[in-house]
Design a protein around this ligand. Structure first.
Ligand code: BG6
Length: 584
């Protein structure tokens, strides 16, 4: 995913766009670019890497678009950086998403004499607009997007027209309404310091801003009315504050976020519990870390609610579409609410008449607006690419729903309140120092293995993701019982192995697995309520029963963070990754 922004108003646009792109950097940091409009001329500046590390330049004009890139089509080069223009250089476009039919459209346009300068899918858009420009900019944009297949959000400006045009289908595009200025962006932090009055574009909608904002449906051409919403969080929440990195700030915010996650409308919880009980098959689906929470959901519902739910990772969900009926229930989990594979699963479910319940962090996101009911997890902006606070908030809400299914909502609430206060105690400098010492020991490791059983098997898999995505150490999670069927062959002198333990009926078995690792010379790190001789290094966690996945993943988040920092990597912007992936 990339970050796109646009501005039209009575202030110089360049510094506003520059600052907005810095605030959207977590969406892509391969390259960046600006196009400003000054009367008859379009001025373009592009650069490589992170905009926050680039010299701020100056381009004239009070209308502009900007882009921060996460490369999908075309290498990480200046030529492929956005904005892209048409043959005349008078139409500039920035784009977030993927145009699936770009090759055939490019071929057609080249046969019509258009000359392309980049390898991107995006560049066909300004050339398509150029093809129809005799209809005027708005109509030309509508005709262009009607030819596109895929998911996208675009912002367009044209020399000689004091106007900003934006269109969304599949990728997020939000409008910020100022007194005499209009902002458009992929996400709210881009313009929150200027205004907290926002309007969300729905799929196939276009905004035309020229001092005032008008909205149209690009399929019918009909005008549409948009609801103005006031955002209740401030720009500071989306900043690092005194923390060196967003990842550490967001880990430490778990002191408050777990409580906020379970502070839900009780009626909605009970109604959803009823729906899960009545459904003929409930699927939990998500990607990446959210996918691991869905997998833990399968274990938590089996254990707490004696209810079988099916976890399916969203990119594989099409293999299950034929099981969907109007009696099936789909529960989707996504921090951003924009992940393409999750949205595809929702579209398939919708077609089959399936009810969709979602757990989402970003209000107004595609998933929020395309679900029958959405539980907002209220974790606040999560900007580090590696998801941390959203994970434990999602786990808390899934656990609460499981307790509600068996009519033990109050018991579930008590357990999670107790867990939240124990997490508050855990997150202290002494505990962090103990984990930093471990990170120093492991910093030059080539491989790290993690094992867990039952509820903690999915957390072993999530632990591997955390370590890999920010420290680039190869890490792999296994079910404790699978160790002897292959992975044990990888264990030798000092191989670090993390063992996730909970005080439940699996405790003895997972400790035996730890012993087996030790017997092969592995270096055993025990994440456990109690210490044990099998452990070479012990990370104490509180004993919170069925909420153990919440407390067991937090020390791993902190470990991954310090491994990244000690190895000289930026934990907030891991290479090749993006905060949410709006491409399949
Ligand atoms: C990845 C993020 O790209 O997408 C992960 O780096 C995240 O942290 C995954 O878990 C799924 O994202 P989301 O927004 O759907 O939870």
């Amino acid at each position: 995913m990339c970050g796109i922004v646009g501005y039209i108003g009575d202030r110089e646009a360049y510094p506003i766009i520059h600052d907005a792109l810095k605030r959207l950097e977590y969406r892509g940091y391969d390259s960046y670019g600006f196009a400003t409009l000054d009367k008859e001329a379009i001025h373009i500046e592009k650069g490589m890497g992170k905009i926050s590390e680039a010299e701020i330049g100056r381009l004239p004009g009070m209308v502009a678009v900007g882009h921060s890139r996460w490369a999908t089509h075309g290498g990480v080069t200046k030529r492929n950086a956005h904005p892209h223009t048409d043959c005349s250089g008078r139409i500039a476009v920035v784009h977030n998403g993927i145009i699936e039919n770009f090759q055939e459209l490019r071929k057609e346009l080249e046969e019509r004499g258009h000359v392309f300068k980049s390898e991107t899918d995006t560049e066909i858009i300004p050339h398509l607009i150029e093809e129809n420009i005799s209809w005027g900019l708005e109509e030309a944009v509508i005709k262009a997007v009607q030819r596109l297949k895929g998911r996208y959000a675009i912002a367009v400006i044209r020399a000689g027209e004091e106007r900003l045009v934006g269109v969304r289908r599949g990728s997020p595009l939000i409008v910020g309404k100022g007194k005499s200025e209009t902002f458009i962006a992929s996400d709210i932090p881009a313009f929150l310091k200027h205004t907290n009055k926002v309007m969300y574009l729905d799929d196939n909608e276009m905004i035309v801003a020229d001092g005032k904002a008008k909205f149209f449906n690009v399929e019918t051409g009909e005008p549409v009315r948009k609801r103005l919403i006031t955002i209740d969080w401030d720009a500071k929440q989306a900043e690092k504050g005194d923390y060196p990195h967003f990842m550490l700030k967001e880990i430490m915010e778990q002191k408050d976020t777990i409580i906020r996650a379970i502070n839900q409308n009780e009626e909605a919880i009970l109604k959803t519990a009823e729906e899960i009980k009545r459904a003929h098959g409930t699927f939990f689906t998500g990607c990446g870390t959210a996918g691991k929470v869905c997998m833990a959901g399968e274990y938590i519902f089996s254990r707490v609610a004696n209810k079988h739910v099916n976890f399916v990772v969203s990119s594989e969900f099409p293999n299950y579409n034929h099981f969907l009926t109007d009696k099936t229930l789909l529960v989707t989990i996504s921090q951003s609410g924009e992940t393409a594979d999750v949205m595809e699963a929702v579209e398939a479910a919708r077609k089959a008449g399936v009810r969709v319940i979602s757990l989402v962090n970003v209000m107004g996101s595609s998933l929020h607006r395309n679900s029958d009911y959405t539980f907002l997890i209220n974790a606040g902006p999560e900007k580090a690419v590696a998801s941390t606070k959203a994970t434990t908030s999602q786990l808390a809400l899934v656990t609460l729903l499981a307790y509600a299914v068996t009519g033990r909502l109050e018991e579930g609430k008590r357990l999670l309140m107790e867990t939240a206060s124990k997490v508050n105690d855990m997150l202290n400098p002494r505990y962090e120092a103990r984990i930093t010492r471990l990170a120093r020991k492991l910093r030059n490791s080539r491989d790290v293995y993690i094992i867990g059983r039952s509820l903690n098997y999915p957390m072993a898999l999530e632990s591997a993701i955390k370590i890999m995505e920010v420290s680039y150490i190869h890490a792999q999670g296994f079910a404790g019982g699978e160790l002897k069927h292959g992975p044990l062959a990888l264990i030798g002198g000092g191989t670090p192995c993390i063992v996730l333990v909970a005080n439940d009926e699996n405790r003895d078995d997972i400790i035996s697995n730890a012993m087996e690792i030790k017997a092969r010379g592995g270096y055993v790190i025990g994440v456990s309520p109690e210490n044990n001789d099998a452990f070479d290094y012990w990370l104490r966690v509180p004993d919170v029963g069925n909420a153990s996945p919440i407390v067991n993943i937090i020390p791993i988040q902190i470990l991954a963070y310090h491994l990244a920092v000690l190895r000289g990597y930026d934990p907030d912007y891991p290479r090749n990754l993006a905060k949410s992936v709006v491409v399949k």
